[in-house]
Design a protein around this ligand. Structure first.
Ligand code: SAH
Length: 349
């Protein structure tokens, strides 16, 4: 089948076979028509609106040792920090003033932040900003912990599955972590009632196209509300320091395929994409993404949340970021909106 026929089939919301997906992902000749089809689909559902999420990276302490990540516990040269509750609330105040109606609290798996502490912070944000969504991204926890965060007022949770292949998962993570637990977490989060986001890195070490197809199939079984992907970017202080970065083109192609396979999904155009290409985030939007997540963390700590090298937007105040992004979004042909930005409809069952 020609790529154009495959794109038409995907646009009509018909399932592609593994072979067909592979054909589409492995060739770049129809990228422009693929991006255009994804953009049509996103405009059908979300118009030209781009939702902004204020990202607060509140701790870079982590008990895990993922081989790709710069804040892994094995990186002894990382300078560690934590924000206190009042710092976090101050970020939210500033974010609210700038028009953000979603706060994303992301961090390493930091044992200092016990369930009680997280609940206390979430509850404080919930009380002060009843009209905002609170998104957590703090890794793998028990179902009881997730439930207590939810009851304290959190509505959304981001936890990328990273890779849906057992074999690939083993090459990216140490023995004490498991794909089965990652998946368990994602299904628990859904059951509790969170809007759930998952996703993966593109071009991570040892990744094959078959792995990417497994990722898409896993997402079809999870039916997440949000799907975050970004290129893998190397970091000096990891065992993967000699691997090359993931590809921008392949990431864009995957954003488009995701938009066509999951028309209602909230898909961010990520900072990692913006790091590898000066117009990366604009290109991501044009390929079907509809969310951006500017950084609200205090400038003093921005550089320390270093998952990968050369991360952008680490030197600017939140207000500058907001202005810069708004301009970029409108130059790309879209509109940044101040809205809570919930998913428009559940994915088909
Ligand atoms: N501890 C939280 C947050 C992790 S950081 C959790 O486990 O969910 C958020 C995401 O950054 C990760 O899910 C991973 O996909 C991505 N990431 C980590 N290292 C990266 C790297 N070197 N290049 C690109 N993305 C990376």
């Amino acid at each position: 089948m020609s790529n154009d026929t495959l794109i038409e089939k995907l646009s009509a919301e018909r399932n592609l076979s593994d072979g067909e997906l592979k054909e589409l992902l492995d060739s770049k000749e129809s990228d422009q028509s693929l991006f255009a089809a994804a953009d049509r689909k996103r405009r059908e559902i979300y118009g030209d609106e781009v939702y902004l999420r204020g990202l607060i990276e509140f701790t870079n302490h982590c008990r895990n040792n993922c081989y790709y990540c710069g804040i892994r516990c094995g990186n002894k040269s990382a300078e560690r920090y934590r924000l206190g509750k009042e710092d976090i609330l101050a970020c939210c105040d500033e974010g609210y003033r700038l028009g953000f109606r979603t706060f994303v609290l992301q961090g390493g798996e930091d044992p200092f932040f016990t369930d009680d502490k997280i609940c206390d912070i979430v509850y404080a944000i919930r009380s002060r900003f009843p009209d905002c969504a609170i998104t957590l991204s703090v890794g793998e926890k028990s179902k009881e912990s997730y439930k207590s965060f939810f009851d304290a007022g959190a509505n959304r949770y981001l936890l990328r599955h990273e890779t849906a292949s057992e074999e690939h998962y083993r090459r990216l993570h140490p023995e004490n972590m498991s794909l089965a637990n990652r998946k368990r977490c994602l299904f628990d989060l859904k059951e509790i009632g969170y809007q759930v986001g998952s996703g993966f890195m593109v071009g991570s070490p040892y990744q094959t196209t078959d792995n990417l197809i497994e990722d898409l199939r896993f997402l079809q079984s999870l039916k997440p509300d949000m799907i975050g992907i970004g290129p893998y970017i190397t970091h000096e202080q990891t065992p993967f320091s000699s691997f090359t970065n993931g590809g921008v083109e392949l990431t864009l192609r995957l954003i488009s395929v995701l938009r066509l396979m999951f028309p209602y999904a909230l898909i961010p155009s990520t900072t990692a994409l913006g790091t590898l290409h000066p117009q990366g985030r604009e290109l991501g939007l044009k390929a079907g993404a509809n969310v951006v997540m500017p950084n609200l963390s205090p400038v003093e700590v921005r550089k320390l949340y270093s998952l990968y090298e050369n991360k952008i937007c680490t030197g600017e105040e939140a207000a500058q970021c907001r202005g810069c992004l708004e301009r970029r979004i409108s130059e790309a042909g879209y509109k940044a909106v101040t809205a809570i930005g919930n998913v428009k409809k559940e994915q088909k069952r």
